[in-house]
Design a protein around this ligand. Structure first.
Ligand code: IPM
Ligand code: MN
Length: 363
């Protein structure tokens, strides 16, 4: 009997609909080749749903999702709604309520034509970012007093717990062990990225990183402050292998990383609790101006769907999907990821057709 996975499909706002539609089109093809099935349940949350019902994401939705294997997510954000309201309720809502403490963000260059840096090739850019996903400035502890006066005080707490810090650092070392050394290296490497010289509370990261590292003698370690890490990302991205960092710095540096590999149109992510239901999304936003125009790249969502397949237990399908996208880029069939250079639907069909063609060759 073939395996059936329960997948929540949450397209959300803006371009969410079209990029998720393309990812599902590719998923149909993958299922037919790899012999598994999905039961898909539409989750209607986002701006339209909120405007109609006043509801962001209700508890019953989280209860449903807890019964699933994974959620495939499009994007959230709509100019008609107060900044951050839906993002916090839905994206951060899932991250926090489902305890998705790993934000996996691969930064991998498939072809030098996709990189704006002079002379950088795929051999130079193959990084896995592991962003802590439940704490830091995202813990939701903030407030403002004496608003709109000269004496206004605005506060937001950066929160780091021993448990929260240790589990993401441990996951980074485990990821490094699984990945193995990069070509030409003896050991895989984990780099801790923080700002412990200024944000002294991040000393907890320094200490826990050193403690966990002792358990992994087969993994090399490195450290960079976030400001320097941004510089090295441009100057010597090949120095990085697995990187572990705090929630806010991880948010920022992975946008920078996205630009090194072709832009937001190809940057994928997984919000993961190992062994439990997890959520997968492109790291881009909802790009409202492109909604319904068939111009946005669906590759970020398609590759995120690949991370989802790996998570639910279809690693061969995941690997083959990534190889398919890589081959389309390497052979110049996908020329650019700039909005409109290829149609959204065209890119989805290209990936689907190439996936099927490669399967035929193997058969
Ligand atoms: C991301 C996004 C979110 C974040 C926003 C929409 C809250 O930028 O997933 O990177 O800051 O985490
Ligand atoms: Mn972001």
């Amino acid at each position: 009997m073939s395996k059936v996975y329960d997948i929540g499909v949450l397209p959300g706002d803006g371009i969410g609909d079209e990029v998720v539609r393309e990812a599902l089109k590719v998923l149909d093809a993958i299922q037919s080749v790899h012999g598994f099935a999905t039961k898909r349940e539409h989750l209607p949350y986002g701006a339209e749903h909120f405007l109609k019902t006043g509801e962001t994401m209700p508890d019953v939705a989280f209860d449903r999702i807890r019964q699933m294997h994974a959620v495939l997510f499009g994007a959230i954000g709509d100019p008609r709604i107060e900044v951050g309201k839906l993002e916090f309720a839905i994206i951060a809502g899932m991250r926090h309520k489902l305890d998705l403490y790993v934000n996996l963000r691969p930064v991998k260059l498939y072809h030098e034509s996709m990189c704006p840096l002079k002379g950088k090739t795929p051999a130079d850019i193959d990084i896995v970012f592991l962003r802590e996903n439940t704490e830091d400035a995202y813990a939701g502890i903030h407030g403002t007093t004496k608003k709109d006066t000269d004496f206004e005080i605005a506060l937001q707490q950066m929160v780091y717990t021993a448990r929260g810090t240790e589990r993401i650092i441990r996951h980074a070392f485990e990821t490094a062990v699984k990945r193995g050394p990069k070509p030409g290296k003896e050991k895989p490497q984990v780099t801790l990225i923080d700002k412990a010289n200024a944000v002294r509370a991040q000393d907890i990261w320094t200490r826990i990183f050193a403690k966990v590292a002792k358990e992994y003698p087969g993994v090399a370690t490195d450290h960079a402050y976030i400001d320097a890490a941004c510089m090295w990302m441009i100057k010597n991205p090949d120095w990085f292998d697995v990187c572990v960092t705090t929630n806010l710095f991880g948010d920022i540096i992975t946008d920078l990383g996205a630009m090194l590999i072709g832009g937001m149109g190809i940057a994928s992510s997984g919000n993961i609790h190992p062994g439990k239901v997890s959520m997968f999304e492109g790291i881009h936003g909802s790009a409202p101006k492109y909604k319904g125009t068939d111009k946005a790249s669906p590759l970020a969502t398609i590759l995120s769907m690949g991370l989802m397949l790996d998570h639910v237990g279809q690693p061969a399908a995941a690997k083959e999907l990534e190889a398919t996208v890589a081959s389309l880029i390497q052979t110049g069939r996908i020329r650019s990821l700039k909005a409109g250079d290829h149609k959204c639907s065209e890119l989805g069909s290209m990936v689907r057709d190439e996936f099927l063609a490669r399967a035929k060759v193997r058969a």
